[in-house]
Design a protein around this ligand. Structure first.
Ligand code: FMN
Ligand code: SF4
Length: 472
């Protein structure tokens, strides 16, 4: 088998790699020119379908297939480039945008041609100020050189790309939350169907793709679908930018064939676990994917095999390493705090569930935990999310999976912590106690006959004040 040749990151170390001059000197935009002047949009879609490229934004959906969902008789199409990258510890999109912005623009141009989108919006997270500036400069250069604008390369195809900055919300990475935000509204995910391919930005057919997904496209068109499928593992083809951070000697962003193991990433590319310690657990693809234990470091990190570990999926392939001095109570507390803060609040199970996760972990951390809390957390995590069908979007699944995995794989550590960190002052509130032990029915509801009271209404509901003592 030929040695692996990085393509997505090939310009990362080249001085001035963000400029049009360097990009074109190294062959940039020649594939776009070839595609726009010699191929049909349908032929481009077919090549991407044949490559079996799967989206790099988290869900791993087949890119070419997604493009075919656009209605055949559409009059207008939009492309939304998902550069929100708000999954904690993920930074591969940032590297692609800062170090090789024209690779992304070429990928967008070819993908817009394939889907006949004449306008693309790069929705970029608020915090990426540097990447925003670099992209805006790159777009201006590309437009001035005729790679964007009207009648590109004399092909008759027009395309404009705009950068749109988000306001800093994790939920705006979810594709329909992104579209709502792009339209100037609160970033609340939409109920699907309709999916964006049918009704997306400004209610028009829309393609949403991740930055890295689109960066793969020029290479697939240049080298062919079979080249792409020769890399990786079955059903998980192509190169991937993995990031490794946390308790390692050398945090890194490295391009490798899909399907490397966490052990290889940590030991060979990130300089090993820091301070001579051992790995205790690995967060495999952003915190929403769950948790791998040290026994699972040899599992292939691709779209399929990682599920054998009980994790939700590959996600963004951003690994965070936790060493054996790390308290998993702290890990889970921070994770729950994040999701409680980022839930958009539309769905009651997610809004209330993430808040309950957080409050319970906060109490356990403070020394007020009870062993029964672990069962309560586990059963709530089982019933929360788009997978059990209780929410609109996958944020809730992302909140639940770390709890499922942490408790299934590390329950003794949580039990030990609860037993050895008892602080009576941090115990549950009366309301938490009441709910845990089966809260009596609301007397108001029982009065109108919806359920039977388990406690006399008078015991729960003191009589109203007499008119003479009432205050208004
Ligand atoms: C809560 C939540 C946050 C998400 N954040 C991102 C993100 O920051 N970037 C991204 O590309 N996809 C994100 N996604 C996935 C997108 O909804 C969508 O699947 C993706 O942009 C499609 O692109 P792809 O097919 O190229 O992967 C998120 C999904 C959810 C549920
Ligand atoms: S699951 Fe959570 S984040 Fe997603 S729409 Fe519902 S409340 Fe909002």
């Amino acid at each position: 088998m030929p040695a692996f040749e990085p393509v997505l990151s090939r310009n990362f170390q080249v001085p001035d790699s963000h400029t049009l001059r360097v990009y074109t000197e190294r062959g940039g935009y020649s594939t776009a020119r070839h595609v726009l002047t010699t191929m049909t949009p349908e032929a481009v879609v077919q090549v991407v379908k044949d490559s079996e490229l799967r989206g790099r934004g988290g869900a791993g959906f087949a890119t070419g297939l997604k493009w075919t969902f656009l209605p055949k008789d559409r009059k207008e199409t939009f492309m939304c480039v998902n550069a929100d990258e708000s999954e904690p510890a993920t930074f591969n999109n940032r590297w692609l945008m800062e170090r090789d912005p024209h690779q992304l623009l070429e990928g967008i141009l070819i993908s817009c041609f394939a889907t006949q989108a004449q306008i693309a919006y790069i929705y970029i997270r608020f915090e990426y100020i540097n990447a925003t500036r670099i992209l805006e400069q790159a777009i201006a250069e590309a437009r001035a050189a005729g790679h964007l604008g009207r009648n590109i390369y004399g092909s008759g195809f027009d395309c404009e790309i705009y950068v749109h900055r988000g306001a800093g919300a994790y939920i705006c990475g979810e594709e329909t939350g992104l579209i709502e935000s792009l339209e100037g509204k609160r970033g609340w995910p939409r109920i699907k169907p309709p999916f964006p391919a049918i009704e997306g930005a400004f209610r028009k057919p829309t393609v949403v793709n991740n930055v890295e997904t689109l960066c793969c496209v020029p290479h697939i068109l240049e080298r062919g679908a079979s080249w792409f499928r020769s890399i990786g593992t079955p059903k998980s083809y192509g190169p991937k930018l993995y990031t490794v951070s946390g308790h390692v000697n050398r945090p890194v962003c490295v391009e490798l064939p899909l399907g490397v193991t966490a052990r290889e990433l940590i030991d060979e590319h990130a300089g090993g676990c820091w301070k001579g310690r051992k790995v205790k657990a690995v967060v495999p693809g952003g915190i929403s994917m769950g948790l791998m234990s040290a026994d699972e470091l040899d599992v292939k990190l691709d779209f399929e095999e990682i599920r054998k570990t009980g994790c939700l999926g590959l996600g963004t392939a951003a690994l965070t390493v936790l060493d054996d001095h790390t308290s998993l109570v702290d890990y889970l507390y921070n994770t729950c705090r994040f999701f409680a803060h980022e839930s958009c609040g539309q769905c009651t199970p997610c809004r209330e569930g993430t808040a309950w996760f957080y409050k319970t972990l906060k109490r356990i951390k403070a020394g007020g935990g009870r062993l029964e809390d672990l069962d309560l957390l586990r059963s709530l995590a089982q019933n929360l999310g788009i997978t059990p069908g209780t929410t609109i979007c996958g944020l809730a699944d992302g909140a639940a999976w770390p709890i499922r995995n942490a408790l299934d794989k590390f329950r003794p550590e949580f039990e030990d912590y609860i037993r050895t960190h008892q602080n009576p002052a941090a115990g549950p509130t009366p309301l938490q106690e009441a709910i845990f032990h089966g809260r009596p029915a609301d007397p108001l509801i029982t009065q109108i006959g919806l359920s039977k009271p388990s406690t006399p209404a008078s015991a729960l509901n003191p009589p109203p004040p007499t008119p003479s003592t009432a205050t208004h």
